[in-house]
Design a protein around this ligand. Structure first.
Ligand code: ADE
Length: 238
């Protein structure tokens, strides 16, 4: 089981966002562990204040180091009490990180516990990041208002690779990116919809021909929509 521990100022976002559909079911069934811990609960000052002005000036506020550190320490201690003695990954969601992809998702799906830190406002005091963060991960070259949506994206992508999460074990490895190609087009009933027929080969029952057709479609589709995937160094299949 992979356990995700999200450090955030908005725990409901995480719990509600992942509590539905396949991720929700896999949490209920115990294939995936999820807790969202409120950093504010670790601000041991009068008003549970977690942010302050930025030294040197500039717009906005910064999350202070101490509440983030205390929150991390509490979560780390609980994970250790649970018996995990392996080095822990603490991922900071930031546009300055390595850009998330299927390869990283696969790598993370082998971890027992993953701590994910979500920033807000203008970010987090650099000193605590230096102290606790092992990985900086971005979900793309654009700036969001906080790390919660990126954390949910990462958790969703990693969860569906964990055995038991998808009903059909095979369905995660025929999909887009799994072999560096986009997925082939798919069809369901009816056989003719508004005059458009399902490709004949798919009705033939000839498994080998179906596989050949799908593979060819994947290559065509990738060349059309994501030619960058075919030209990338390390491409394993063409
Ligand atoms: N926080 C704000 N923008 C982000 C992004 N693009 N990826 C990860 N975390 C972020």
């Amino acid at each position: 089981m992979t356990g995700f521990h999200v450090l955030t100022l908005f725990p409901e976002m995480i719990i509600n966002g992942l509590g539905e559909s396949i991720t929700g079911r896999s949490i209920e069934r115990g294939f995936v562990g999820l807790e969202a811990v409120n950093i504010r609960d670790y601000a041991f000052n009068k008003h549970h204040k977690v942010d302050d002005y930025i030294y040197g000036g500039g717009a906005g506020m910064l999350m202070q180091a101490e509440p983030v550190y205390q929150c991390f320490k509490a979560v780390e201690e609980r994970i250790r009490e649970g018996g995990n003695i392996k080095p822990l990954r603490c991922i900071y969601m930031t546009p300055q990180g390595r850009v998330f992809n299927q390869q990283i998702a696969k790598e993370l799906s082998g971890e027992e516990d993953i701590i994910i830190l979500c920033g807000h406002y203008e970010g987090i005091d650099e000193r605590v990041l230096e102290e606790i963060v092992t990985d900086n991960i971005s979900i793309g070259d654009y700036v969001l208002t906080g790390g919660e949506l990126p954390a949910m994206v990462l958790i969703d992508a990693v969860s569906r690779l964990i055995p038991g999460v998808l009903n059909n074990e095979a369905s995660s490895d025929t999909e887009s990116f799994e072999d560096g190609l986009l997925e082939y087009p798919q069809y369901s009933r009816p056989e003719v919809w508004r005059g458009k027929r399902v490709p004949e080969v798919l009705l033939s029952g000839h498994h080998e021909n179906v596989e050949k057709w799908r593979r060819a479609q994947s290559v065509i589709r990738t060349r059309e929509r994501r030619p960058d995937l075919l030209s990338e160094t390390g491409c394993r299949c063409h």
